[in-house]
Write a protein that binds this ligand. Structure first.
Ligand code: 13P
Length: 297
């Protein structure tokens, strides 16, 4: 059965290869609910910026399932008249089965995270997935080494990528490659100093393709810029949006606006509005840093 994703979605292949050639990075933003998704799509449209909207397996469970997400994203693309390139991407897919289910449900891009597997099995799995993904015109991200920290129950000890593996992975037909380069999911701990730029240089020389920086929240700006100059073409952000949302919501509650019954401050549409606005502001700030701001023009 061949079911292609909705006509308004695009896969991420052109986005990341243009970014690689133009030395900027596309923002990948994880979503959690309607407010998150709508805020990001509005911000992308207002700024004419291409965007990758991503869901982890945990977020898929949280929101109810694949039909909810695909329906919500496609509905917003139509109802909000979104014309900038948007990819709907599975983040850290833990099995081929999950990646295929997302493709069948209407995702335009998937990550197969085989970093927990023996490398040979990881490579074989990516090769198998490529046939299925190509039939559906879906872009694929693979991972070598591993990302440190924990994301939605997926724990990585942070192993640096191996250039030989990067070269092999680049031949599978994937559109982008994630690799451990000293990056960590979540807040960077006090002891963390830097990305491993030597590793990134070696990996880029070996694969010469768009690479993905996971754990994009909280990395100093000069390191982000250097990583982009060395071949990072997609940057994944989750925690930074959550912190922006938290701070804005906290302010609303600390100002006791939720307790103003006359102004109906308890209305969820009011209660969640500052958080949604904060997500839009963070999107603008980060996409300017990544260099993809306005690139859909
Ligand atoms: P952060 O939560 O550290 O931004 O990482 C996001 C990520 O890498 C998603 O894959």
């Amino acid at each position: 059965m061949s079911r292609k994703y909705h006509a308004k979605l695009v896969n991420a292949k052109k986005m990341v290869s243009d970014a690689h050639a133009g030395k900027y990075a596309i923002g990948h933003f994880n979503i959690n609910n309607l407010e998150w998704t709508k805020a990001l799509l509005e911000a992308a449209q207002e700024s004419k910026t291409p965007i990758i909207i991503a869901t982890s397996e945990g977020a898929i469970k949280y929101m109810g399932g694949l039909k909810v997400i695909v329906g919500m994203v496609n509905g917003l693309l139509e109802d909000l008249n979104i014309t900038v390139p948007v990819a709907l991407h599975l983040d850290h897919g833990q099995s081929l089965d999950m990646a295929k289910k997302c493709i069948e449900a209407g995702y335009s891009s998937v990550m197969f995270d085989g970093s927990h597997l023996d490398y040979k099995v990881n490579l074989e799995s990516v090769n198998e997935l490529m046939k299925f993904a190509n039939d559906h015109e879906v872009s694929v991200e693979a991972e070598i080494g591993s990302i440190g920290g924990e994301e939605d129950g997926v724990i990585g000890s942070g192993e640096l990528g191996d250039p030989k593996q990067a070269a092999e992975m680049s031949k599978t037909g994937i559109s982008m490659l994630a690799a451990g380069i000293g990056n960590i999911h979540g807040k960077y701990p006090e002891w963390w100093e830097s990305l491993s730029f030597d590793t990134l240089k070696e990996l880029q020389a070996a694969c010469n393709m768009p690479m993905v920086l996971h754990g994009g929240s909280g990395i100093p700006q000069d390191q982000i810029k250097k990583a982009i100059s060395l071949g990072i073409s997609k940057i994944n952000v989750n925690t930074e949006l959550q912190l922006s949302f938290r701070d804005a919501t906290r302010k609303y509650i600390e100002e006791k606006k939720d307790l103003d019954d006359v102004a109906k401050g308890f209305d969820p549409r009011k209660l969640l509005a500052p958080g949604a606005k904060a997500i839009k502001d963070t999107f603008v700030e980060l996409t300017k840093l990544f260099g993809c701001y306005g690139k859909a023009n």
